[in-house]
Design a protein around this ligand. Structure first.
Ligand code: HEM
Length: 450
């Protein structure tokens, strides 16, 4: 056990040898493994990942807030996530730090302001309505591939408002899936890097990255040569200029940012929707009440439907797509009884924070009402589905709009029932269910109500 190191007071936890011996348990089910350790060590613990390098994992709300908000200037993303991400997905805001990150964030954030999103609302709704028609129905449908595909289409159409051919769509989906899988393994099993010269994984991923970038580059060239203005996210990036120089963003940087938006935006939303459909079908009274509410609401008004928003919030509490994040200390820091040197990696464990019995009444219960009858201040300090502080999710309003419109269209079109299947958690870069198998039938409208 690590208790004291030099002048620093790290939390209790595991030495390097203990971490190596437990690596299999971690890789098999990271969320369960970390949750068990949180119970064992009281919500914060240390894991040594090198002779000098230490991680502090925490689900303490104050510690998480200290790192992401109050003392954020002393923290940045660590090379563990930024190096591989920037190599294979480009140096967009998700994988950059410091002045460059701030400059890019200032340029991109305005595109996601609520008023700007109203312009995208039409595309989002249209894409969802067209897709819903193609939803598979039956007694045991795994809804994950369908929801993933809709969410991907919504994002791609919001970024480039052009119809992509089914082949191009499939190709982009496949490329992202492969690159993402490689990144996850690369980050979690660094020892595998020794094998890359023999397996050729690194080279093949680099080729996929180049292919992805060339598809996006072609779309940008088409847009520039057409002179058209679509009001989509691509137009916004093409037209934006840096505050200090007044210059536009270079083409390669626009590609970096578009790749990052697609990467950060598609699976997180799809995963949240799928967990939510699983939770709703396992709680029929909650589902029925929500459906009754939505039938009385028009699709555009879904965005302000309190019950719907509370239900999404509750699903993100129990299954936060971003189940953890990471930061590294720039200078030595302290929180509560702990002190730690520069270079310590802090892992805010959102999954554990959101299920902490001391912070949430009946924490494991799916109960959307908890978000309906309480002031935001009651949970704002311990609920971070979109992160917190200056690096908080830039796409949160977009994600909420997409989820509200999708759920309205889906729940008013279909009758859903649980099949009793319980999804397993796959804690990849985001937390996804392996499958969500549901009984799905078209709703028969009550004639009197038509
Ligand atoms: C339910 C859906 C989503 C969830 C739960 C989610 C969650 C998060 C979280 C927790 C972070 C902060 C990570 C950190 O602090 O290290 C983040 C960052 C980010 N998200 Fe999302 N996100 C979602 C959807 C989206 C969408 C739809 C987009 C874009 C269209 C997007 C783009 C981004 C970007 C670019 C960042 C990096 C921001 C920065 O570092 O400045 N996200 N997201």
């Amino acid at each position: 056990m690590i208790t004291k190191r030099h002048k620093y007071q790290l939390p209790e936890g595991y030495s390097l040898l203990q971490c190596i011996l437990r690596a299999r348990a971690f890789l098999k089910d990271p969320v369960k493994w970390i949750s068990n350790n949180m119970d064992r060590f009281g919500g914060t613990y240390t894991a040594a990942i090198g002779f000098k390098r230490k991680l502090i994992l925490t689900q303490h709300p104050g510690f998480i807030s200290h790192v992401l908000k109050e003392n954020h200037k002393n923290y940045q993303k660590s090379t563990i996530s930024t190096d591989a991400g920037a190599t294979y997905l480009g140096n967009g805001i998700l994988f950059s730090n410091g002045a460059f990150w701030l400059q890019q964030r200032r340029l991109i954030q305005p595109a996601f302001h609520r008023e700007k999103l109203q312009a995208l609302q039409f595309v989002i709704i249209k894409t969802i309505k067209e897709s819903i028609e193609k939803c598979p129905t039956g007694n045991a449908v795994d809804i994950y591939p369908f929801v993933h595909s809709v969410s991907f289409q919504v994002l791609l159409r919001s970024i480039f408002d052009i119809p992509l051919s089914p082949d191009t769509f499939r190709e982009i989906t496949g490329l992202f899936g492969n690159i993402q899988e490689f990144l996850f393994t690369d980050t979690n099993q660094p020892a595998r890097r020794l094998l890359y010269p023999f397996t050729g994984e690194r080279r093949s991923t680099a080729r996929k990255t180049q292919r992805l970038r060339s598809i996006i580059r072609d779309v940008i060239h088409q847009r520039k040569s057409s002179g058209e203005s679509k009001g989509d996210l691509l137009d916004m990036l093409l037209n934006s200029t840096y505050e200090d120089t007044g210059e536009s963003m270079g083409e390669e940087q626009i590609i970096n940012e578009l790749v990052v938006l697609i990467f950060a935006g598609h699976e997180t939303t799809a995963n949240t929707l799928c967990w939510l459909l699983y939770l709703l079908t396992s709680h029929p009274p909650v589902l029925q009440q929500l459906q009754a509410d939505l039938i009385e609401t028009s699709l555009p008004d879904a965005l302000t439907n309190e019950r719907l928003k509370a239900t999404i919030s509750e699903a993100m509490r129990l299954y936060p797509a971003a189940w953890m994040t990471e930061r590294v200390t720039l200078a030595a820091d302290s929180f509560g009884p702990y002190t730690f040197p520069a270079g310590t990696i802090i892992i805010p464990f959102f999954y554990g924070l959101h299920r902490n019995e001391q912070l949430w009444e009946n924490a494991s219960l799916f109960n959307p009402e908890r978000f309906m009858h309480s002031e935001k201040t009651a949970w704002a300090g311990h609920y971070f589905p979109f992160g917190a502080g200056p690096r908080m999710c830039v796409g949160n309003h977009f994600a909420m709009a997409e989820m509200c419109f999708f759920l309205h269209a889906f729940l008013t079109t279909f009758q859903l029932q649980s099949t009793g299947h319980v999804p397993s958690m796959k804690a990849l870069i985001s937390l996804r269910p392996d499958k969500v198998i549901l009984n799905i039938k078209k709703r028969v409208l009550d004639k009197a109500a038509v």
